[in-house]
Design a protein around this ligand. Structure first.
Ligand SMILES: [Mn+2]
Length: 261
């Protein structure tokens, strides 16, 4: 990214690409997302009329390599990387499945961990469509099974009604802002929360979604909370005009980095 620093020691946030694609079921291509998103950053300024200049140091640590690794080897690779992390990080997926090993690693590192999921789908299936328990469609089920509370927003599609004490669907992050005090928050943003007619570059589009304005408004509610790390997932650059949409994703990431101070 053009504004990243070469100096890990001075970095406030580490950016790591996780181009995992093993369990996608509909439109393929999210494994190419980190490369495209970095190109998209060429069209992003670090000054915002309302939010000012972005002053934090970002260190771009490149991508994890999943070449010739199967799903479980890939998940272990992610977990080991996150375990060894000593700074706040922003992860660029890849499929939503990456969030599971990330949370497994953070569970061992921090207390009072909660997950905020911004997504069109609950990802609460018991079994993955591609077989086994782990997949982009079961990732939140796996996380609640670790005993981590998940608050979800943007949901409009699910394979069934969800009845799980650790999984709560909310209408706005404002509803739970009082509960977030003293919590270590992990934020995961699945881009299919956006309306597919506005932002079509996702693997599993779902109609009647959000405008980017609504996404950024919800993100900004988290400004003074303790976000320990975050990810953005499910961008699929195998669509028409991918560089155009890559810069939209980069702008959204910029807004997430701003609330991670
Ligand atoms: Mn998802």
């Amino acid at each position: 990214m053009w504004f990243s620093t070469q100096n890990l020691i001075d970095a406030h946030i580490i950016v790591k690409g996780m181009p995992l694609e093993r369990t996608t079921t509909y439109l393929k291509g999210t494994g190419y997302a980190p490369k495209f998103i970095r190109m998209g950053f060429e069209n992003v300024e670090n000054y915002d009329m309302n939010k000012g200049i972005y002053k934090k140091n970002i260190f771009d640590d490149g991508d994890l390599d999943f070449f010739k690794k199967n799903l479980s080897e890939s998940l272990n690779h992610i977990e080991e990387y996150v375990k060894a992390l000593k700074k706040k990080a922003f992860f660029i997926g890849g499929e939503h499945t990456i969030t599971y090993p990330i949370i497994k690693a953070f569970k061992k590192k921090v207390k009072d961990l909660i997950v905020i999921q911004i997504d069109a789908h609950t990802d609460m299936s018991e079994h993955a469509e591609t077989g086994g328990d782990i997949g982009h469609d079961t990732v939140m089920m796996q996380i609640v099974k670790l005993g981590i509370p998940v608050y979800s927003i943007g949901i409009r599609s699910s394979s069934k009604e969800i009845d799980n004490k650790n999984y709560t669907i909310i209408n706005s992050i404002g509803e739970i802002i009082n509960k977030l005090k003293d919590k270590n928050i992990y934020l995961t943003v699945d881009l299919d929360v956006l309306d597919p007619l506005l932002f079509p570059c996702v693997g599993t589009p779902a109609i009647n979604g959000w405008h980017t304005k609504q996404l950024i408004k919800e993100l900004d509610i988290l400004k003074h909370t303790n976000i320990i790390s975050a990810d953005i997932v499910e961008f699929n650059p195998a669509c028409n005009n991918p560089l155009f949409y890559s810069s939209i994703v980069a702008e959204i990431i910029m807004n997430i980095l701003r609330i991670m101070d």
